[in-house]
Design a binder for this molecule. Structure first.
Ligand SMILES: C[C@H](O)[C@H](O)CC(=O)C(=O)O
Ligand SMILES: [Mg+2]
Length: 394
């Protein structure tokens, strides 16, 4: 059988939620007084949108073959991402067989290395890579999970990230990860409030439900160590992304400092096998959290995961909806997954990439059954009625 050849690559921008899940309206828990590296500036403390967390928006990558097959994916990269796809990366796809994914990845990475390696460029490469996997699934009429080894369990178990772990418990999740609202910018009073908040939540959820803090790169080693020690007696599962992703040395120190049994997690803003190699060889954390939308896509996540397995680390990907679900179900060292609560008050389950995807599965009683993922590619289509803008062509 002749292998279909890629004919067209298109990149568009979509605003309002979707893969850029920080691009929400007013009064959303995800933008309400969260400790960040910008919290030291009072004018940027109350809202992450005030310093531009949502400037990029969602990038949509669509790929079409000479046989009329189509694949697509969304990621966070917006208009600059669209430029990179159209003006730079499309050349490595058009004319290639749909099965040449490894080769296309290698060319995209090496051709952008002089201005890329991580951040925006890797978000874009991830988006293209995921669209290629979706396309291959459409051509073969197979789910992505089946093409990367197949499921190792019947369902995926989730913890929830959001402002209301107490409600997440009622919805069947195994744990609740809260945004840290008070960090070094609020001094001792902030630290006390952060600890008291967990104590109040522990009262509501009982002794066994996991509680975690997402510190979104906003702490110092000294502050994170004190916070971890104060939280330990309350029962605390993990402390996440306490430091800048560049501070591998700080993470290594923090991991030694935290109380025995408390986990240190990080990696959502790390990219490629080489970035994760640093985290693992320096023993920076217990769980790595690559975001398949940002770390280099599925092609790279498979390598990161193998590296993590060899280092005895769990891989619990950050967010990323179906792109993460199709991976997590295939790996023994990814025993559970994250679900980001995108309802503004975190009081109900809505699809993580709302309102962009049709057919996006959601956890029911904290679980998604494998049968939900048994559709070609990533099993989703673009929602109807979206406003797509294609700012560049090639
Ligand atoms: C809640 C966090 O600040 C961030 O918005 C999401 C994240 O880091 C995570 O889900 O993990
Ligand atoms: Mg996080």
């Amino acid at each position: 059988m002749a292998v279909p050849v890629i004919r067209h690559v298109r990149a568009s921008v979509v605003r309002g939620g979707g893969a850029d899940y920080h691009d929400q309206g007013a009064d959303h828990w995800i933008d309400d007084n969260i400790s960040t590296p910008m919290s030291k500036y009072p004018q940027y403390r109350a809202s992450r949108q005030s310093f531009g967390i949502n400037v990029l928006g969602t990038l949509l990558v669509e790929i079409e073959t000479d046989t009329g097959h189509r694949g697509f994916a969304v990621t966070t990269a917006g208009e600059p991402g669209a430029y990179i796809v159209e003006k730079h990366l499309a050349r490595f796809l058009e004319g290639r067989k749909v099965t040449d994914i490894e080769l296309m990845w290698d060319q995209m990475y090496n051709a952008t290395i002089y201005y890329g390696r991580r951040g925006l460029v890797l978000n874009v490469i991830s988006g293209v890579d995921l669209a290629l996997w979706d396309l291959l699934g459409q051509v073969r009429q197979e789910p992505v999970h089946a093409m990367i080894g197949g499921p190792v369990r019947d369902e995926i178990t989730f913890y929830a990230t959001g402002a209301r772990p107490d409600l997440a418990k009622e919805m069947g999740f195994i744990g609740g990860k809260m945004p840290l609202r008070f960090g070094p910018a609020q001094g001792e009073e902030g630290l006390n409030e952060a600890v008291e908040h967990v104590a109040r939540m522990r009262e509501k959820v009982g002794p066994d439900f996991w509680l975690m803090y997402d510190c979104w790169m906003s702490l110092t080693v000294e502050y994170a160590t004190r916070l971890a020690n104060r939280l330990d007696p309350i029962g605390f599962k993990w402390i996440e992304e306490c430091l800048s992703p560049d501070d591998y040395w700080g993470y290594a120190e923090l991991r030694k400092n935290v109380p025995r049994g408390m986990l240190v997690t990080t990696g959502e803003h790390e990219a490629t096998r080489w970035g994760f190699r640093m985290l693992m060889e320096m023993d920076c954390c217990d769980i790595v959290q690559p975001d398949v939308n940002w770390c280099g896509g599925l092609t790279e996540l498979i390598k990161i995961s193998a590296l993590a397995d060899a280092h005895g680390k769990l891989v619990v990907p950050h967010g990323s909806s179906v792109y993460s679900y199709h991976f997590v179900c295939t790996r023994q060292n990814s025993p559970f997954a994250e679900f980001l609560m995108m309802a503004p008050k975190a009081d109900k389950v809505v699809p993580m990439f709302s309102p962009m995807l049709e057919g996006e599965p959601v956890p029911v009683n904290g679980k998604i059954k494998m049968s939900e993922l048994d559709k070609p590619g990533f099993g989703v289509t673009l929602a109807e009625g979206l406003t797509l803008e294609r700012p560049y062509t090639h």
